[in-house]
Design a protein around this ligand. Structure first.
Ligand SMILES: [Fe+2]
Length: 294
């Protein structure tokens, strides 16, 4: 039996008992976690440190792994030992704090925009699991927004306007927004745009939710400016405080979120201080929209 308690925010639960991340899960436990994710979209597990291999083993129990934006930045590069691990740190390979001009710092900045991991690809991400190894003395929180509650709270006219709309998501759009145009044509072309309904439904629960975020750059059937303005309006609506949970990291924390039903963003911290979070992510390889958008 998995014990939970509500988080100190708009949504999500903390697992307080019944799960040891270093022990293999039985099928009933995986099902129970899936059920908790369907209901709450966000799970926190405190004080259970994992090394990289342990985190990979834990994550693989929930499906095939995703490498997301690494397809852009590591294109043509030498294979790394841990391609499936997102290194959300400001550390160089020798363990020292990277320069502010380092690509990893620029990626940390882009992570501070509201987004759904890998929404720019098909299939997109299902669960992301972010694990804390080292934290700065201030800032660096991760903030989440509940896209089920945000959809429910839309005015009826807006619901009917967006219900059948499809948005185009593009991997490098967030980088261009921040003025980082240092990508080669090959990197820009590494991941073709993906198209997702703005309103999606969880087939197991029937719950509808918004699927937006900063990777979305246009809406099919609308001019780019009108579509982009609608996307900005939806993002502003969906990330209001009443839909949010702010996670203050402690070493050994793991936060698991459903990228299909939430948005998230990193918060600012002083890049001169060492910080290390590790992300592993599963692919949403069962998404019914795959057939439609194929
Ligand atoms: Fe992210």
């Amino acid at each position: 039996m998995i014990a939970t308690k509500p988080l100190d925010g708009a949504f999500g639960v903390e697992i307080t008992g019944g799960i040891d991340v270093l022990a293999p899960l039985d099928p009933a436990q995986v099902q129970e976690i899936d059920r908790l994710m369907d209901e709450h979209s966000l799970i926190v597990i405190r004080n259970q440190p994992m090394d990289v291999d342990q985190q990979l083993a834990w994550t693989r129990q929930f499906g095939p792994l995703d490498i997301g934006f690494k397809k852009v930045i590591s294109k043509g590069g030498a294979p790394q030992k841990y391609d499936e691990v997102g290194d959300i740190s400001n550390l160089s390979t020798d363990g020292t704090v990277a320069k502010r001009t380092d690509k990893r710092i620029l990626n940390n900045v882009a992570n501070q925009l509201w987004h759904s991991d890998s929404s720019f690809q098909m299939p997109a991400a299902k669960y992301s699991m972010l694990h804390s190894v080292q934290n700065p003395s201030w800032g660096g929180e991760t903030e989440f927004a509940d896209m089920k509650a945000a959809y429910d709270a839309l005015p009826d006219r807006m619901k009917s306007f967006v219900d059948d709309k499809v948005a185009e998501h593009f991997a490098v759009h967030s980088r261009f927004l921040l003025g980082d145009d240092s990508y080669t044509p090959e990197q820009v072309a590494a991941i073709p745009p993906a198209h997702w309904p703005i309103v999606r439904e969880n087939p197991r629960t029937g719950r509808r939710h918004l699927f937006i975020g900063v990777h979305a750059r246009s809406i099919e059937g609308l001019t780019v400016p009108e579509g982009r303005m609608i996307l900005l309006d939806l993002l502003e609506h969906a990330t209001q405080p009443q839909f949010r949970y702010l996670h203050h990291w402690q070493v050994g924390d793991t936060v698991i979120w459903d990228n299909r039903a939430t948005l998230h963003r990193g918060r600012h911290y002083d890049f001169d201080e060492p910080r290390e979070l590790r992300r592993t992510t599963t692919l949403d390889d069962q998404a019914p929209e795959l057939k439609r958008a194929g």
